[in-house]
Write a protein that binds this ligand. Structure first.
Ligand SMILES: NC(=O)c1ccc[n+]([C@@H]2O[C@H](COP(=O)([O-])OP(=O)(O)OC[C@H]3O[C@@H](n4cnc5c(N)ncnc54)[C@H](O)[C@@H]3O)[C@@H](O)[C@H]2O)c1
Length: 506
């Protein structure tokens, strides 16, 4: 293989630098490691050699290939040894002044064609480059942890970056098996920006006491297929990492309500309850295993009243079929009888609003989330309103659990749990496209590879239907009066025109 950059310098050999060095050596480049902390570069080299040896032992790597990688990896005692580099990638401490000082030093050491790149995750690429004589040769090259497993890298153009430089970095990424995605220099770039919706909206759901942590996690895993619930994810990332990122992106976007962090995580961070690594986060951990409260049992009820379904319910025909399959007695008259359980299926509105607007008896009204077809989910979600009678709640719970499918009953919420979380994710992604931060295609790639979502956010929007996502957002705005839910023009226009969210404008 002829690497795009035959000679690569890596400055900063901590968690990220060593992973990046591994990729560079595997791409066939000569790699020089440099770190200001004595022994750190050597320790990184030793660790990488061990990694390759382990792969050889497991039969995943040829011994001669491992030897060649090892041969290409060397340690520099001084920064000026990096002078012959074709590319220098920096992965040092996340401080603007320290990074700027390093690049000022590097710029005069290396040749005029050398590309300079930073692995910064939160600083502005343009701001780091501003101190350089030749900012055109500088770009962001944002890897994810652990680098060898997270096979996506954001290539970030600063205001003055030459497009050829980004092209070369993208080509190089492909040589070591990563997928490059192109991002404009904006807070959070692609992945950390697109990831704002999941946690912040789940925190709002928790903050409104719609459901507890374990229930919210179960719902989002089982209804939408997220691998980890938002609170499991926050526990894994730890709040000392994720809360400051939430705050940073929010403030960098001048308090944009879509990114608003939560007092819940601020307080938990202050109290040191940051996650799995300290044994306590949203869950308690016993020898690394989360202590998840048991699922509430299905109530035993003597009988289930007949069910009347609101004519305005989403997927009404499907609800009827489901009720039939569950053996319910169905009322089809224009209005419910005096003993009927009343079922509504709102998109974005809460159960209370529907009961009031449709003049239903709120004490007998329960909502069911029908955003997705029932067969496509592993859990049904019901919502009560403040007036719902316990016997009606329990009857609905027992009825919808009759076929053994999991059921969660939550308190009233605009858009239950999944609707509002997913609509928030889709809306943020749509607005990223509106701002031209990246192409729709790169957004989908970056999010599926970088965040492990079951679908890219735009594909999620298409799956639900852009018009339905719009309806959910408009209704959320009605229920909460919060500009957080205002739809992005990207979504609004595509929803209005019936276009796919991944449609690229000519
Ligand atoms: N850890 C992550 O998940 C992650 C993900 C993406 C990007 N990043 C970014 O990557 C960079 C490094 O993060 P990390 O987690 O590897 O940090 P780390 O603390 O593990 O490693 C940083 C290394 O840089 C060295 N260093 C500090 N100042 C230096 C200097 N002036 N010159 C040379 N070496 C210096 C330190 O001695 C240390 O070995 C940061 O910019 C961070 O924001 C981190």
């Amino acid at each position: 293989m002829h690497p795009q950059f035959p000679f690569v310098g890596v400055v900063g050999t901590g968690a990220m630098g060593r992973g990046i060095a591994q990729m560079a050596a595997q791409a066939g480049s000569q790699v020089l490691l440099y770190d200001t902390q004595p022994g750190a570069a050597e320790a990184a080299r030793t660790a990488l050699i061990e990694t390759w040896q382990k792969l050889v032992t497991k039969g995943k790597l040829d011994a001669s290939v491992a030897a060649a990688h090892q041969e290409r990896l060397r340690v520099a005692e001084r920064l000026d040894a990096l002078a012959p580099s074709d590319l220098v990638i920096e992965a040092i401490v996340e401080k603007l002044d320290v990074k700027r000082a390093l690049f000022a030093e590097l710029e005069v050491l290396v040749g005029p064609q050398t590309v300079l790149a930073s692995n910064t995750s939160s600083l502005s690429v343009t701001a780091i480059a501003a101190g350089l004589k030749q900012p055109r040769r500088f770009a962001g090259y944002h890897f994810f942890n652990p680098v060898p497993l997270m096979r996506v890298v954001e290539v970030i153009a600063g205001l003055k970056t030459d497009t050829v430089v980004c092209q070369q970095l993208a080509d190089y990424a492909r040589q070591f098996g990563h997928t490059p995605v192109a991002a404009q220099d904006t807070p959070g770039f692609i992945v950390n920006h697109a990831g704002r919706g999941y946690g912040t909206e789940a925190l709002r759901v928790l903050g409104e006491r719609v459901a507890d942590v374990a229930t919210i996690d179960r719902i989002l895993r089982d209804q939408m297929g997220f691998r980890l619930g938002p609170f499991e994810l926050m526990d894994l990332t730890a709040l000392d990492v994720s809360h400051p990122v939430m705050e940073s992106i929010y403030h960098q976007y001048y308090e944009e309500p879509r990114y608003r962090p939560s007092v819940i995580t601020a307080q938990r961070l202050a109290g040191g309850v940051v996650g799995k690594k300290v044994g306590e986060g949203f869950y308690r951990y016993d020898q690394g295993a989360a202590q998840v409260p048991a699922e509430p049992p299905v109530p035993q009820v003597a009988s289930v009243p007949p069910v009347w379904v609101s004519p305005k319910a989403a997927r009404r025909a499907e609800i009827y079929q489901l009720l039939k399959d569950l053996g319910a007695s169905i009322e089809t008259a224009q209005s419910p009888s005096a003993q009927a359980l009343i079922l509504v299926a709102p998109l974005g509105l809460d159960v209370t609003t529907l009961a009031a607007v449709e003049r239903l008896d709120a004490t007998r009204t329960v909502g069911i989330d029908m955003m997705l077809e029932d067969a496509a989910t592993r859990r049904r979600v019901l919502a009560t309103n403040p007036a719902t009678r316990p016997d009606m709640r329990d009857a609905a719970h027992a009825l919808f659990a009759r076929d053994g499918k999991a059921v969660s009953v939550v308190r009233d919420s605009g858009g239950f749990v999944t609707q509002r979380v997913v609509a928030t994710i889709v809306n943020i992604a749509a607005d990223m496209c509106q701002q031209g931060i990246c192409s729709p295609k790169d957004l989908e790639l970056a999010v599926t590879l970088g965040l492990g979502y079951p679908l890219g956010p735009l594909a999620m929007g298409d799956r639900i239907g852009p018009t339905n996502v719009l309806e959910i957002l408009f209704n959320l705005q009605t229920v909460y009066g919060d500009p957080r839910y205002r739809p992005s023009p990207w979504l609004r226009r595509r929803g209005a025109l019936g276009l796919s969210l991944s449609h690229e404008e000519a």
